[in-house]
Design a protein around this ligand. Sequence first.
Ligand SMILES: [Zn+2]
Length: 113
Amino acid sequence: MTMECRCARAMIMDYIDDRLEPEEVIPFIEHVKSCDDCMEELEIYYTLLSGIRELDQDGAMIRDFRQALSDDMDERCKQREREEKINDYIWYITGAMFFLFAVLVLLAEVHFL
Ligand SMILES: [Zn+2]
């Protein structure tokens, strides 16, 4: 088992419970998508846990766990992309504000000299 697999397996439960750190989500998904062994492990846990959770609820049964898992991974990737876009945007705004501030300071200095 490679180091990467060891890390991925350790993250399976946290992934299912949605407790991974935001920056761990995409590397984890990329690994399981490229590693059949880890994907199998994830599918087993996902199916088991989803099955147990559904026993507690009266909601409709998910029959195709594999599809549900694949949808879940796509959704989480998209969510991460959205978060990163927002982060980029925040950095951009912060940068723009610093720039404006610098310009103001410069203008004030020129004004008072
Ligand atoms: Zn693996």
